[in-house]
Design a protein around this ligand. Sequence first.
Ligand code: ADP
Ligand code: ZN
Length: 577
Amino acid sequence: YGREDFGWSLELKQLAAKHWNITQWRDKQLDVMNASLDNRDTFVLMPTGGGKSLCYQLPALIGTGITLVISPLLSLIRDQAFHLEEAGIGVGMLTSNTTPEETKRIMDDMLGPVAPKASKKGSKNAALPKTNTQDTLNHSSRVLKLVYVTPEKISKSKRFMNHLEKVYANGRLARIVVDECHCCSNLGHDFRPDYKKLGILRVLFPNSPIMALTATAPPNVIESVLSTLNMGPIGRSNNGTLLFDTPLFRPNLAYKVMTRPSANQETFQFLANYIRTHHRENSGILYCLSKKDTHVFATGIAEASGGHIATSAYHADIEDDKKELIHEYWRNGRIQVVCATIAFGLGINHPNVRFVIHACMSKSLEGYYQESGRAGRDGLPADCLLLYRDQDASRLSTLCVTEPEGLTNVYSMIRYAQDVRSCRHQLFDVHFSKHLSTRLPPCGFCDNCVLAGQDIETDDVRTDVRALCLLLDRLKDAKDRVTLNKLVEAWRGIGASRSIARLVRDEYHTEVASKRANKDDYERIINHLIVGGYLREDFHFTAYSTLAYIVNGPRSSPFMTKQSPKSLPSVKVEFGR
Ligand code: ADP
Ligand code: ZN
């Protein structure tokens, strides 16, 4: 579909120049627009800031009929409607804030300018629809072209749906757009129950093509979105959905991972220095794992900076008025750093965010990519820093174990955080674009690229794996269980589990215990072994908490032996530089 010989090609070009001053398409934009105008279902996977909106806003101007856009948040809808209005395009929003008069006007306009006779639309892949040259005149007189609604309108408003059926019967529902479509899937983050109900659209309006857009969706999320929306599988067949994706490369984002100091006070000081040194004048986001942490960090950083850095906490329980105010102050620079949970997200359209710092890992690499991707939407250089400690791993896995794919997601995040060798952009590329045949070259500016020449401290831990596996096997027989902390203590031969430690040493005569310099190294090894499948987390739920015990994993059996270490498979752990 990347061709310029369709009936609408010239008009597309002219409209892009007229309304947006755009003279060149980015990546797959033209393909998407052509496919949609050819009445095909499309799935658009492009990075944040990649230019997804144009893919449906421009086709909306071609021909008669309206483009219905479903978008998750009022602030997003307002933002888009405002920009379209500015560009001189007929746009309507139907939200909880729309007045009855305005609602009536939009609803009437949706039906069309004159009493239309019911037109029968051909089958979905009929000959190309003719462009309506008469309609071109209307563009300047603000004929309604796009209508934005929240998903609740589809799932809850019978009146609106009845009306939409009339619009459709009049042949005026040109296409349906589901923005942030990953919200359909409970496999990802950001799941919204109202998105689950959007499957009704295909049932009621089988001939209106659907365009689903998102910045992040691994293959299983794509599948789940397609099935929720009742769209066909990815493929070129007649009822198939065409997938358009662009490599997720954001050349202006410098990714890095650093070890978070163990004490909070040190972390605040580190962050205050980092921000004062690299981002004195810039605004940014600090993502925290819990609501409580947002307050702790907001206060901590402000104090550590001697009051130079204006911060604010932001999370789901902050009152709406205050949220609005934080958004406003942050946009105009009165607040420099918003310390937030992921509740601070969907509505952000601030183009010059210069840094996004994560005080703790996200629950998945998808989440991390999406959150950090809020930096640098204007295309200028920006930093994405992740602060990591191995202790965070078990905290996150107990938090996520009940979510679908929760552990798989957490482990992909841990792999990213522990990786001291691979280009960060390549890691994203491999994770998100497995199906693409071309791979990105190393970026040259992420931490792992910049420090590529330096020695990496690596150790073969096969004897440690053996000791741990045998120990866990014995504990299982004794019906004893250990958490990460207990296991580390036992292994080091300190604390309550001294007897277990002795057992490790005496029985297998390996010098595993107390060999390493610090506690962090033990945790790093155990996490590596969990993520790699040598060990496994076994979760126990009580009314008050979830406990993660460590047991042998699927790859432990070759290590359940007392043979010489040489016969064991090698297990390399990288500790950093
Ligand atoms: P997304 O929805 O994918 O996050 P947007 O649609 O908001 O991204 O687009 C980001 C910015 O890029 C907008 O300012 C938009 O006007 C601009 N843009 C989109 N397409 C083009 C293009 N072909 N050429 C130049 N700028 C573009
Ligand atoms: Zn790199």
